[in-house]
Design a protein around this ligand. Structure first.
Ligand code: PSU
Ligand code: MN
Length: 296
């Protein structure tokens, strides 16, 4: 843990965890480093300590410094680490960017209770044949942390992902909406059972989960306003092409998600990239308000 994060946690000041896979494998260079720094600056100006998580030279870090962020953003040899990859990355002294799963796990171990990202991993389309289901889901089932996201990535099977979140006992709450957001899109076409309209309500949900001794996460699904989403017709066209291309290349394992996101960013001439960045920034801002409501 960085001193800044350790001090903030000891004094019960608000801290928000950020993941590094989005930096290393989700966004193109050089925008990725700019975004990583912007997110940290946004939190600091809201009076919240950022804790970007990753593995540097085999050491899990909660609260990466600027040189570490630069390594995540520039390094060609940066692995993508879910929880199962952590022991191997540590033992071999690797640099590794952490996914939602690995970030949630490490952040929680350090005592950080609020985490912001873009979109969760989930059940991929065709998963009944491929079994491709993100480890994010299983980790959230056993990690008591609040994750603010714009839903799950729209490249996934959203309906199946929501079913799995239900089976796995993960609390799902719409922020200011009863509709589940669609990452690049304001809504996914699915509903949620619970909503919160202010950060204090989310903070009370966290306290209730703690009182119950639940070991699962709370997912706060925060939609982009309709005026800021990707054009839905463009979205659907690119998605069809991206999935077809991934099928032709016979991609597997952890390469699938970065390929689809990169295809989106290129095929939309950067429009999806800007939407992705807007969603992450909005989620980070909300996570900061939730962290403050908890400690205030
Ligand atoms: N959200 C984004 N961009 C990303 C991701 C999420 O806006 O790149 C990353 C997260 O780190 C998430 C990962 O955990 O994609 C999911 O990968 P997989 O489907 O291989 O589990
Ligand atoms: Mn996968």
């Amino acid at each position: 843990m960085s001193d800044e994060v350790a001090d903030a946690l000891a004094a019960e000041r608000p801290v928000v965890a950020l993941e590094s896979t989005i930096i290393a494998h989700g966004l193109p260079r050089p925008r990725n480093l700019e975004v990583a720094l912007e997110l940290e600056a946004d939190l600091r100006s809201a009076g919240v300590v950022p804790a970007t998580v990753g593995v540097v030279d085999g050491r899990p870090v909660v609260g990466m410094d600027r040189p570490a962020l630069e390594r995540m953003a520039d390094g060609d040899g940066v692995a993508k680490a879910s929880v199962r990859d952590l022991p191997a990355a540590m033992a071999t002294g690797a640099d590794a960017a952490t996914t939602v799963a690995a970030t949630a796990f490490l952040a929680r171990r350090a005592g950080v209770r609020v985490f912001a990202t873009g979109g969760l991993g989930g059940v991929h389309r065709g998963a009944s044949d491929t079994f491709d289901e993100s480890a994010d889901l299983h980790t959230l089932a056993r990690t008591p942390i609040t994750v603010v996201c714009a839903g799950v990535k729209s490249i996934l099977d959203v309906a199946a992902t929501l079913e799995r979140l239900e089976s796995l006992g993960v609390t799902v709450v719409g922020y200011g909406t009863g509709r589940f957001p669609g990452f690049y899109l304001t809504e996914s076409g699915h509903t949620v059972d619970w909503r919160a309209d202010d950060p204090a309500t989310v903070a009370r949900m966290m306290a209730a989960a703690d009182d119950l001794g639940l070991s699962s996460a709370i997912v706060v699904a925060n939609p982009l306003p309709p005026g800021e989403q990707l054009d839905p017709a463009l979205h659907d066209r690119i998605l069809g092409e991206a999935l077809a291309e991934a099928g032709r290349l016979d991609l597997q394992g952890k390469a699938v998600t970065p390929f689809l996101l990169d295809h989106f960013h290129r095929a939309s001439s950067g429009a999806s990239l800007e939407v992705n960045v807007r969603a992450v920034r909005s989620n980070v801002a909300l996570a900061g308000r939730i962290a403050r409501a908890r400690s205030g």
